[in-house]
Design a protein. Structure first.
Length: 431
């Protein structure tokens, strides 16, 4: 029959026609939501793609090329020592002050290299959740009780969620461990690879160092010198590439000259030098056939897979929820009204809404301060803090492409349920 094969295209065509036919253009809330989606996407592109995601893509590509599968399986694989694996994964956030999207290339890198599902998901949660600066800011702005509860809850969550994911998929993990082919260790000494990775992590962390509230102290001193520190880590990366990765001192010098020139000519616009460095590194490595060329191609593969999903997710999140301080299709007063008090429903609503919202690093604290001022209970506040920074709609779309729909649903459900329960308990004692 003709329609046996053609009914699906017909349904799609009719659905698109009806969607455009009844498109509520002219309705103020819809028009504003469209603008909010575009504003959020523009802000995300300006603030996160260059400084956060691109370094993360290079680190993820380096994991795939320069970290042997044997090493990943030894320390993070299904049969790895649980104390070591979950200890490393759960404390990663103290080093990586990243958001729920920047962690994704790093998660994809270690997962595809053979890391166990438990340690990988513990790393996925802890990366954005256990942020020292965010926890300190939470304690200062929202009170020490909430700051301590967030810190303890995030560390416990990462371990419990990882162990739960490992237990639920234990048969699949056992099969993966048996089938894994362990590669020989690379010839380069471990300490050289460690310095190489530390240089890239340093660029990622300090290029995105946020402005503290105080105008004095250690955090402000680091912020004031963030681009100098970033430049030193970039120089260290250049040294490792020339010395240990056979890129050559001449090529590294050619890459460094435009970066230095832009840094000196436009000191108030350090992003120009940063972009020049990324372009120079990409240009030099992309045409090579050695391991540095493999590094670029692996990084490019992650970028092709993850970037479109992230930008689509940001657009949808902006359409539905708007930006901080603005509204999308869903009125913010609905959220404020739903999270008042410390009931089970209020805590669930806070964790559920937080899981789908996008929080850039440190922005959850002022947003939560406003919600508390609007009547949000302390329990729901903690629930949102434990679910929101670690998840977002863009984050979920990418996780699904890495480990499948079912595992993504289980992971997200574990975060929401645990955040809800934690909020109820916290609200009972401190609300």
């Amino acid at each position: 029959m003709f329609w046996k094969d053609q009914w699906k295209p017909l349904v799609v065509m009719v659905g698109l026609f009806l969607a455009f036919f009844y498109l509520p253009v002219g309705w103020a809330r819809f028009d504003n939501a469209i603008m909010e989606a575009l504003h959020l996407a523009k802000w995300y592109a300006q603030e996160h793609v260059l400084l956060c995601l691109i370094p993360a893509f290079f680190i993820a590509g380096a994991i795939g090329v320069f970290v042997s599968q044997a090493s990943v399986m030894k320390y993070l694989g299904p049969k790895a020592n649980k104390l070591c694996a979950y200890g490393v994964a759960s404390c990663s956030g103290t080093i990586l002050a990243v958001c729920s999207c920047t962690i994704l290339p790093l998660f994809a890198g270690i997962y595809r290299m053979g890391a166990g599902l438990g340690p990988a998901t513990a790393f996925l949660y802890s990366g954005p959740a256990i942020n020292v600066l965010a926890i300190i800011l939470t304690a200062k702005v929202l009170g020490p009780e909430l700051g301590i509860a967030r810190a303890i809850g995030a560390i416990v969550f990462s371990v419990v969620i990882g162990l739960a994911m490992h237990f639920i998929y234990r048969r699949e993990e056992a099969e993966k461990a048996e089938m894994a082919s362990l590669e020989a260790e690379v010839a380069r000494p471990l300490w050289q690879n460690a310095i190489y990775f530390a240089s890239m992590v340093g660029v990622l962390v300090f290029a995105n160092w946020g402005r503290p509230d105080e105008s004095t102290g250690l955090w402000h001193a680091i912020y004031s010198s963030k681009w100098l520190i970033t430049g030193l880590f970039a120089a260290l990366l250049g040294f490792t590439l020339a010395k240990w990765f056979r890129l050559g001192w001449g090529r590294v010098l050619v890459m460094a000259l435009p970066v230095l020139a832009l840094a000196l000519l436009f000191p108030s616009m350090p992003q120009l030098a940063f972009v020049a460095g990324v372009i120079a590194l990409s240009t030099v490595t992309s045409v090579r056939e050695d391991e540095t060329g493999e590094w670029f191609r692996a990084s490019w593969t992650f970028a092709k897979q993850i970037m479109p999903l992230l930008l689509f997710g940001v657009l949808v999140a902006g359409l539905l929820l708007g930006r901080p301080g603005s509204e999308g299709l869903i009125p913010s007063e609905w959220v404020s009204r739903a999270v008042g008090g410390n009931s089970l429903a209020a805590n669930f609503m806070a964790s559920f809404a937080g899981a789908f919202m996008y929080f850039a690093t440190l922005t959850e604290v002022p947003i939560l301060q406003g919600l508390i001022g609007s009547g949000m209970g302390k329990g729901p506040a903690l629930a949102l803090l434990l679910a929101g920074p670690a998840l977002s709609l863009p984050n979920m779309l990418v996780i699904r492409s890495v480990m499948g729909t079912q595992k993504t649903v289980v992971f997200v459900s574990l975060v929401i349920v645990m955040a809800t329960v934690s909020g109820v308990i916290y609200g009972h004692f401190f609300g």
